[in-house]
Design a protein around this ligand. Structure first.
Ligand code: IPD
Ligand code: CA
Length: 313
């Protein structure tokens, strides 16, 4: 399909509407969950007992997939639950929707309202449209390449736009991290050590950064949204998938954030299909002209991966 055949404005409007409709279905699923509390929406597990999936995840993905097939029958589709069901779709240059019907499934099961639907769209392997909708908080984060990032389609992101906040050092940051679903000794030890260095006091802990704090909100897509908004300073995760981050990548970038590849290396399109993700919010240029916002982002990334040590080699 030639580039000129894809009307990105139309795809964007379609995607915003689709995410809102999906959000309604997530709320319906949640209402069912609370009225049948004993079954907690019958969560099933995938690779292990903490990798949860519910009937609502599957129903919402089926709804999104069908809606896309009706409107854009030629576009490709990559979705978390379709993948879990054995569907393997490579990322190509073709227009492709990359979807997580519910990001934050563990929160959904527990009734914690950091839950969203995340719909990304790539063209020529680059994420160009992203919509993330949290129906519990009625917050919709959206972006189309070159057109800015928005909260509820009216408030430009970051929330301080047009003046991103400064960030003097990693020690001043609130950092999004997650526990993920791989709880093997090797992984949990590495994560634990890294989180100890990020949170710990350097007077007693070797390499301790003593950052303002660490947060685990349980949704990669919402981590990206909060970085885009400027409410989280950065977010790091190894182990999530393209459907967790595709939409968020567009939203964070359009809000002036910078995404990185593995170990803080420059981002390449192939990184989307990997499992190493790192994003830093928009940062103000130094008032004295000594550093641009992007140089500050790179400096924070270096500080972060120095603290991460061997974790992301
Ligand atoms: C998970 C969430 C979680 C992250 C995991 C993801 P799910 O997605 O985004 O924050 O730590 O890596 O798999 O299972 O809620 O769709
Ligand atoms: Ca999911």
């Amino acid at each position: 399909m030639a580039p000129t055949e894809v009307d990105l404005d139309r795809v964007y409007a379609f995607t915003v509407n689709l995410a809102k409709e999906a959000g309604k279905r997530i709320l319906e699923g949640s209402a069912k969950r609370t009225s049948h509390a004993a079954s907690i929406d019958n969560p099933n597990t995938k690779k292990n007992r903490v990798d949860l999936v519910t009937e609502t995840d599957q129903a919402v993905e089926a709804y999104i997939k069908d809606s896309i097939a009706q409107t854009y029958p030629d576009f490709r589709f990559i979705g978390e639950e379709s993948y879990a069901g054995g569907e393997r779709v490579e990322l190509t240059d073709e227009p492709t929707f990359i979807v997580d019907p519910i990001d934050g499934t563990t929160n959904f099961v527990h009734g914690l309202d950091f839950v969203c639907c995340s719909i990304g769209f790539t063209y020529k392997q680059e994420p160009v449209i992203g919509v993330i909708y949290n129906p519990f908080l009625d917050k919709l984060y959206s972006a189309q390449e070159g057109k800015g990032a928005w909260l509820n389609q009216t408030t430009r992101l970051p929330l301080t736009h047009p003046h991103p906040a400064p960030l003097a050092s990693l020690g001043d940051a609130v950092i999004g991290v997650e526990w993920g679903s791989d709880r093997s000794k090797a992984i949990i030890e590495k994560k634990g050590k890294m989180y100890m260095r990020l949170a710990g006091d350097g007077k007693e802990i070797e390499g301790g950064v003593m950052a303002h704090s660490l947060r685990s909100i349980g949704s990669a897509a919402l981590n990206y949204s909060y970085v885009a908004a400027g409410q989280l300073d950065l977010y790091f995760e190894i182990g999530c998938w393209s459907w967790d981050v595709c939409a968020g990548t567009v939203i964070a970038r359009e809000a002036g954030g910078k995404v990185y590849g593995r170990g803080g290396k420059p981002w390449k399109p192939q990184d989307l299909m990997g499992h190493h993700f790192f994003v830093v919010r928009a940062i103000a240029d130094a008032a004295d002209g000594s550093e641009t916002g992007e140089q500050a982002q790179d400096r924070i990334a270096k500080e972060f991966f120095a603290a991460a040590e061997d974790w992301d080699a």
